[in-house]
Design a protein around this ligand. Structure first.
Ligand code: AMP
Length: 233
């Protein structure tokens, strides 16, 4: 299965991906994680994009498209994100974020005969988004996600998994969240229409927690499996 996760910042895309990784053999590819890794390692790319990412603006299409193509074909060299995902099941999280990215992704996947199966649109309301993002904490070392109220760590400020230090993303403050929401509405809404027009859009109410969303996704997998069996019959 090749799935694109769509939805505003704070819809719970990363949380869903974490849950699915535990339960299914599916690779999570997040452009946000890859870009943050570049910034952490202070690579030339990381230095170039830092202002954009910290301010909530989008990184140019050409950069993220190249990263995704290299990542899917296994030639991505940066950070700790190398590895061949060619032919595997994967979730794309945070990509595509513009219609141009969606079109380029389609062209590339058509070339390698591996079209995406569907896009999952995780709809969430503004109060829920704000509550999630302002309380979100991330492990510096392993990237595990926490929330000061919804999912606090056992020891304040320390990751349960690897004992790394938890931090608040610089773009998770209210001012930058507003910018990210505006960027999302302007650039990413057309991506939702793009997949709807291809009949590949599935929707889920992501005001609910990750377990619920995971359950809904499992139903979609099940349906897709039925369709495949039907096709193969
Ligand atoms: P995320 O972790 O998905 O919230 O992404 C964090 C930030 O990384 C975004 O606010 C953008 O600055 C940048 N970013 C991530 N994915 C993309 C993308 N597909 N296109 C452009 N910028 C991106």
């Amino acid at each position: 299965m090749r799935i694109v996760l769509l939805g505003p910042p704070g819809a719970g895309k990363g949380t869903l991906a974490e849950l699915l990784k535990e339960n299914l053999n599916i690779v999570h590819i997040s452009t946000g994680d890859i870009l943050r890794e570049e910034m952490k390692n202070n690579t030339p790319l990381g230095q170039d994009i830092k202002k954009l990412v910290d301010g909530g603006a989008l990184v140019p299409d050409s950069i993220v498209i190249k990263i995704i193509e290299n990542k899917l074909t296994g030639s991505y060299q940066g950070g700790t994100f190398g590895g061949d995902n060619f032919g595997k099941s994967y979730l794309l999280d945070g990509f595509p974020r513009t219609k141009a990215q969606a079109q380029e992704l389609d062209k590339f996947l058509t070339r390698i005969h591996q079209p995406i199966d569907f896009a999952l649109y995780m709809e969430a309301s503004l109060p829920v988004i704000l509550q999630r993002l302002t309380g979100r904490r991330v492990c510096k070392k392993c990237g595990a996600l926490y929330h000061v109220i919804n999912k606090p760590p056992q020891k304040d400020g320390i990751c349960d998994v690897c004992q790394g230090i938890l931090y608040q993303r610089p773009d998770d403050n209210e001012e930058t969240i507003k910018t990210r929401m505006n960027v999302y509405i302007k650039n990413t809404s057309p991506v939702i229409e793009y997949y709807a027009a291809q009949n590949k859009l599935k929707k889920v109410n992501a005001d609910n927690d990750g377990q619920y969303v995971q359950g809904e996704l499992m139903k979609i997998f099940h349906e897709a499996g039925k369709t495949d069996q039907h096709k193969n019959a």
